[in-house]
Design a protein around this ligand. Structure first.
Ligand SMILES: Cc1cc2nc3c(=O)[nH]c(=O)nc-3n(C[C@H](O)[C@H](O)[C@H](O)COP(=O)(O)O)c2cc1C
Length: 325
């Protein structure tokens, strides 16, 4: 399948693995890129820019295909040394960066000067248009269904994607809620040039996370995610567990007076314990509603091929036969 995204990024299939904290290590990125999609290393999971440089070098050893690096601009008091992370990306010869969190404005010039393609991930048409104006090469449009931070507008993909298609000139991929062939066909029908997946890629053989995490996604249905941190305007979609129930109780009790300090012990620094050690109830971790569509743990190659081949079959057979009829 050839789309503006496969052409832009030099990849075989229009399937991207979005940056994921404590999931986007070289093993994950290389497996997706080797499967013909675009794998992405998550910069800030690496404690220092030097660690990112090492992770990029490791990934180059595992794949000769293009892969990207995610740069998430976090809300917070002390900003990570973004300039140095970018130096590691440039020195490592990475040619694709996924930006997210807030406007990449300050870093667009340096990335462009170094021939790096920028995919900005955002959750609204207005932010997509801003990214286009700034010179980003593509946008990842994340609907309300998504795992992680869906923003505060609550517009699901069925409306957000065709709205993005109405307004954008640059290519865009549909993100949030994608995990199967039907989703890819729908994304293309809604005007997107491909899909970006987070949650679905965690339940794969190569994802470098604890087996409990993969199994939790297989076990969960579409009713098992919750939104937290809405009063802080930092809404996150997470998998329901004991910690999330506690967070929701605290949020209810504090109402509009909620401070991050009230829930910090349940949301801060918990990722390695959950994703690597498999302690599933100690904190909140991002998960999308697409968990309801995850029923197995295939290899990345099996998954990507299943999605792309399945999409081609739906288009050529089911949809074509409806039109013919
Ligand atoms: C466990 C997890 C961690 C994530 N961490 C990040 C991150 O650090 N930076 C980022 O830009 N997006 C992050 N995301 C969002 C994904 O890149 C992607 O946009 C989202 O998962 C798409 O929705 P889906 O889960 O329905 O596929 C994360 C998602 C998950 C599930």
């Amino acid at each position: 399948m050839k789309t503006r995204i496969t052409e832009l990024l030099g990849i075989q299939h229009p399937v991207i693995q979005g940056g994921m904290h404590y999931v986007g290590f070289a093993e994950m990125a290389a497996a997706v890129s080797n499967a013909g999609g675009l794998g992405i290393i998550t910069a800030l999971t690496m404690p220092t820019p030097n660690d990112l440089a090492k992770e990029i070098a490791r990934c180059h050893k595992m794949t000769d295909k293009p892969f990207g690096v995610n740069l998430t601009f976090l809300p917070g008091f002390e900003a990570p040394p973004y300039d140095e992370y970018i130096e590691a990306i440039i020195a490592g010869g990475v040619k694709i960066v996924e930006t997210a969190g807030r406007s990449p404005e300050a870093y667009v010039p340096i990335l462009k000067e170094n021939g790096i393609k920028i995919i900005h991930k955002c959750t609204s048409v207005r932010h997509s248009l801003k990214a286009e104006r700034l010179g980003c090469d593509a946008v990842s449009v994340d609907g309300f269904e998504c795992g992680g931070h869906p923003g505060e507008d609550d517009i699901p993909g069925l409306i957000l994607l065709p709205r993005a298609a109405e307004e954008l000139t640059i290519p865009f991929v549909a993100s949030g809620g994608f995990g199967n062939a039907e989703g890819l066909v729908a994304a293309l029908a809604l005007g997107a040039d491909g899909i970006n997946m987070g949650t679905r890629f965690i339940a794969t053989v190569e994802a470098p996370v604890h087996q409990n995490v993969k199994q939790a996604l297989v076990d969960a249905d579409e009713l098992q995610t919750r939104l937290i941190m809405r009063p802080l305007r930092n809404t996150e979609r997470v998998l329901k567990n004991a910690a999330v129930e506690q967070i929701i109780a605290i949020e209810k009790e504090k109402g509009a007076d909620l401070q991050i300090g009230d829930i910090a012990h349940l949301v801060g620094g918990v990722y390695p314990k959950i994703l690597q050690e498999g302690k599933m109830d100690i904190g909140a971790w991002s998960t999308g509603m697409v968990a309801g569509l995850i029923h197995d743990i295939p290899t990345c190659k099996e998954l990507v091929e299943r999605i792309v081949n399945g999409a081609e079959e739906i288009i050529n057979e089911r949809l074509a036969s409806l039109v013919a009829a």
